[in-house]
Design a protein around this ligand. Sequence first.
Ligand SMILES: Nc1ncnc2c1ncn2[C@@H]1O[C@H](COP(=O)(O)OP(=O)(O)OP(=O)(O)O)[C@@H](O)[C@H]1O
Ligand SMILES: Nc1nc2c(ncn2[C@@H]2O[C@H](COP(=O)(O)O)[C@@H](O)[C@H]2O)c(=O)[nH]1
Length: 402
Amino acid sequence: MGEAPIIIGQDLQNGNDNDFKSKSGTFETSTIIGEKKYVIGGTSGETFYVKVQILDNNCLGEWVNVVELGTKPISCNGHSAVLLKDRILILKKNSNPDDCIWFLEVDTTYVRQQQKKNLGTEVVAWSKGVIGNVEKPVVISGPSGVGKGTLISLLMKEFPSMFGFSVSHTTRAPRGMEKDGVHYHFTEKNVMEKEIKDGKFLEFASVHGNLYGTSVEAVELVSDAGKRCILDIDVQGARSVRASPLEAMFIFICPPSMDELEKRLRDRGTETEEQVLKRLRNAQAEIEQGRSSGIFDHILFNDNLEDCYENLKKLLGLNEYATTPKSAPKEINLPRDHSVSKIDDKIIINSTSSKLEKESKNLIMLDVSCLKGGAPGRTRGLNIEAIDSFSEGFNGNGNGPI
Ligand SMILES: Nc1ncnc2c1ncn2[C@@H]1O[C@H](COP(=O)(O)OP(=O)(O)OP(=O)(O)O)[C@@H](O)[C@H]1O
Ligand SMILES: Nc1nc2c(ncn2[C@@H]2O[C@H](COP(=O)(O)O)[C@@H](O)[C@H]2O)c(=O)[nH]1
């Protein structure tokens, strides 16, 4: 049973009571959804950790246990909360431009799935907001030696600002040139198993006798950089990602023949004879699954490398002229003191700072109509615009068109 926060301020009938101070001196918001009140605030102490508590009127008005999933904001010195359809938008005050928009998911598909696993406990999930339309992650699978890594390297070299590689964890030993944290996070089996138990992985699989996995953080880091995430994972991993809430594009790379695959693996010279044979045995099953399981949106044959790379670029909507991201992420400078209001899918953020400060700040409009993704991972598709309160037809109180 959670300890009840001490709240000063009025509960609203339905919606939010924004940014009031509790007796402990920390800032809290209270959002009412049906019979439940979500109190988002901090624990006292030197560092202000964000914490969620839920008062459930269905449970005789008791504070219920809450499991908070996802990566949550590390610290927060006050925030505003706005109720959207299935999640609460959190606007952090006094924060960096790339760390001020967060979501607390309360009724998304992911939360409902997790709720089933944690019967008897309330589940909520945190997800950081990313401005702009960073496109869906790309999952690339195919048998060992087919050329996935080669194709991905070409892509990253040609479009460094557009794509970011999801650095997987593995329990296999590094190869000669491989660097920890760059090619893989090389780790111990017991450590990785513990992290899997702790829910840090989006997917994981035992591949050719070793454990491999994509951490939620690996994907989030790429999204945070405003780049399209590329995952190089096996078919089992692709299946898990397909079943997860992460919307992605799935591409399977096929070899022209088993003989050619064997030649590439042997010529690469990174595996022992025993490992080569194991990888070739697994390749047969992977190719069958890749071609028939329905997991993949596209199948590419990597016969001639140049042709295959051109086809990959076509699938990704790239051509020789597209060398910059389609939508570079914009930054938001949230006024330190602000009020928020909601008009349909538009959140109006109005500076309530001193006049001097206000002169440099505009009214900001955050469009949440095209949200994509979410926990586990980032929430994409946020659009932001600074608007002139007089010319754009909004009054200065953010109370809607005048
Ligand atoms: N189209 C191609 N024609 C000939 N050789 C190729 C082609 N594509 C890749 N190769 C070579 O095949 C070898 C295997 O490629 P790569 O390491 O990219 O495979 P991979 O699918 O990433 O393998 P793994 O899953 O084991 O990491 C490399 O030596 C690479 O240079
Ligand atoms: N399910 C996952 N598979 C992964 C991940 N990272 C890599 N892989 C796949 O493993 C094999 C072997 O890779 P290698 O580097 O040892 O040659 C290959 O098919 C990769 O696609 C992961 O995070 N999850």
